[in-house]
Design a protein around this ligand. Sequence first.
Ligand code: CS2
Length: 491
Amino acid sequence: MNAKSTLCRDTLGSIELHLLSPEWREPRIGIVHLGIGNFHRAHEAVYTEEAMLAAGGDWGICGVTLQGDVTKRDALMAQDGLYSVVERGPDGVRVTVIRALEEILAMPHDRARLFALLADENVRIVSLTVTEKGYCRDTKTGDVDLRHKGIAHDLANSAEPSTVPGILTAALRQRREAGTPPFTVLSCDNLSHNGAALKQAVVSFARAVDGTLAGWIDTHVAFPSTMVDRIVPSTTDADREAAFDALRMKDAAPVPCEPFRQWVIEDRFPTGRPAWENVGAQLVDDVMPFELAKLRMLNGTHSTLAYLSMLAGFATIDEAISHAPLKKLIHAMMTHEIAPTLDVPPSFDVLAYRDALLARYANAALKHRTAQIAMDGSQKIPPRLLATIEARLDAGQSIERLALAVAAWLVFLRGRADDGTRYDISDPMAARLTANVPADPQQLIETMLAIKEVFPPELTRRDDFRTPLKAAVTCLQAGARAAIDHYAGLE
Ligand code: CS2
């Protein structure tokens, strides 16, 4: 392959049809994004490029990987930050090359450059997709977990932070000392009240460093909440081939995704933001109803599908949802158990939302692996399922299907599908979760419910939680497919 056959800014002329617009003015960097995974590249980066095309502004993005691995940085920098978004829908594949990513950094290697950018007044937003575990929170208090290894390191070495609270605090301290207005911090993770949660993690970290700085951050830095939505699986060879077929050029880092996308943002950006509202984002005063609907309806059923599928042997979400009893169960779970816990504005039609989700899950072109969603259960189960369970129990309502979802996670931790196939448990708490996974339902429940980081003690004391959970774990002993049949038949 000659040089021209690889994606780069000099060769864009030959792929105009695959650009959002032939027009483009290279912007200065205005956004630093921590956690440059597939999700950001198929979501915020696309909205931001469209917003710049629609209304201008210097909102180029510098993406940062925090994993210590330079592979992603090098692959993207070798193609000048360009990559294709491979949209896979029932009507076919659409390949679009995105130009908004201007620079990619890898921590800890590029620390000096990162901090230079974070000090630069033109950087007005620092956004994040670092997943639940990136917040290093103590789940009981919501403050940063001072026993977390990375946090302890960052407190002892404040000039070389590696965690999200450590990096943000050091960067905000630089701004305060230089008299530069702070950037807005925009969490794009699937946490409830993600802006407030991040603010609490950062302010509590800063408090452990310098009380005055903590007070300044608390008063002067905006942490708007957002609800982000787009199903974005990990990249496969099929995506690299689809990009090559469309572009006739090699792209080492394409991102697959579904056609659907949604972004609801709390409109608090004291130093400005891209005109995201011009390109479909919803800027609102209160994100909470949207956020809860998405976390509980989408992410809650995603995790349910993932754990039942890992046991039953469904490799992808579309395969799982095409199993009629499982679809019936998920439909009933949303209708009877999740939707009634939501307090949404009258214009939000929850049942239409449910039907749209089921249609998105059925997208057979996407191949969203259930093993990918099954990762990090210790972080995902509380906001996605336990919060819904608590809301229902407090209202005196039943939780059979939600209990089955939690039970499926517990049984999943044994690391073996019903047909004997083994799989790995990928979770920041994996060592503890898998140290002892009793086969006996009662013992399994006792062992796991003792993990306070996941299960709030008030919840574990409730019989109206324990009884349906035990029934579900017991039912899963006969195999997940039999359990799905049983729960699908519930009235
Ligand atoms: C999924 C989400 O992997 C997961 O846990 O539930 O990433 C989901 O695809 C997105 O939140 C959709 O917006």
